[in-house]
Design a protein around this ligand. Structure first.
Ligand code: GRF
Length: 199
C-alpha cells in the first residue's frame, strides 16, 4: 500500500516509519510527506531518505478546502491509499475526510480522552497526572476524538520534566506506531497483546 505521512515539525515519528520501511519491516511504500511548515526538520529527513514531499503554507490559501484540495491532488498523483498523521498540527477537514475516512490515523501523546489538543505533555505535567501515555486512533472531524485503536501507558515520576516525559513517550511511539501500521495495512485490523489495549 502507498502511504503518506503528514507532519509539521521534527518528524521523529516520520523517521521511525522511514526506518522500518527501509528495513523491510513495514509492508508499505512511503510515497509522500505532506508538511505545512517550510523549513521543518521532517522535510530534511524526507530529502535524506529520497521521499517526495509536498509543502504548503495555510496562509497562502483562502480556506482549508483550498489547501486540502491541493493536498488531495498530490495524494492522487502518488496513488496514496492511507494517511498517517505524525505531529501534524492541523485539523483534517471534510475535503480529505470525505475521501479517506477510516484510512487516516493519528498518534497523540496522552491517554485520550485525557489531554487532547496542543501540548498534551505540558497538560499532563500541569495536572500532576500519575499516568499519561500514547494513543493511536482513527481520525474524524474532531480534535483527537476518533475511534481509539490502541493505547500504551507511561508512569510519571515525581520529578518528571517535560524533557524526560517527552523522551519516554517518543520511545514508545517509535515502536508502537510502526507495529500498529503493519497490522492495519496487512491485516486491516489490530490485535490485543499484553501491553496494549485494542478497542
Ligand atoms: C508526537 O509526540 C506525537 O504524538 C504528536 O506530536 C509529536 C510529534 O513528534 N502528535 P515528532 O515530530 O514525530 O518528533
Amino acid at each position: 500500500k502507498n502511504i503518506a505521512v503528514f507532519a509539521s515539525g521534527s518528524g521523529s515519528n516520520f523517521q521511525a516509519i522511514v526506518d522500518v520501511v527501509q528495513a523491510g519491516e513495514l509492508d508499505a511504500n512511503l510515497s509522500l510527506l505532506v508538511c505545512d511548515r517550510p523549513g521543518a526538520i521532517c522535510l530534511e529527513r524526507a530529502e535524506m531518505a529520497g521521499i517526495p514531499s509536498f509543502v504548503f503554507k495555510a496562509k497562502d490559501y483562502s480556506s482549508k478546502e483550498d489547501y486540502e484540495n491541493e493536498i488531495l491532488a498530490e495524494l492522487k498523483k502518488h496513488q496514496v491509499e492511507f494517511i498517517v498523521l505524525a505531529g501534524y498540527m492541523r485539523l483534517i477537514g471534510s475535503t480529505l475526510l470525505r475521501e479517506f475516512e477510516g484510512r487516516i490515523v493519528n498518534i497523540h501523546p496522552s491517554l485520550l480522552p485525557d489531554f487532547p489538543g496542543k501540548d498534551a505533555i505540558g497538560q499532563a505535567l500541569v495536572a500532576r497526572a500519575k499516568w499519561s501515555g500514547v494513543t493511536i486512533h482513527f481520525v474524524d472531524e474532531g480534535m483527537d476524538t476518533g475511534p481509539i485503536i490502541v493505547q500504551e501507558r507511561v508512569r510519571l515520576d515525581k520529578n518528571e520534566t517535560r524533557k524526560s516525559l517527552q523522551e519516554k513517550i517518543h520511545k514508545i511511539e517509535h515502536k508502537l506506531y510502526p507495529s500498529i501500521l503493519q497490522m492495519l495495512l496487512t491485516q486491516g485490523g489490530v490485535t490485543n497483546d499484553k501491553k496494549t489495549r485494542a478497542y
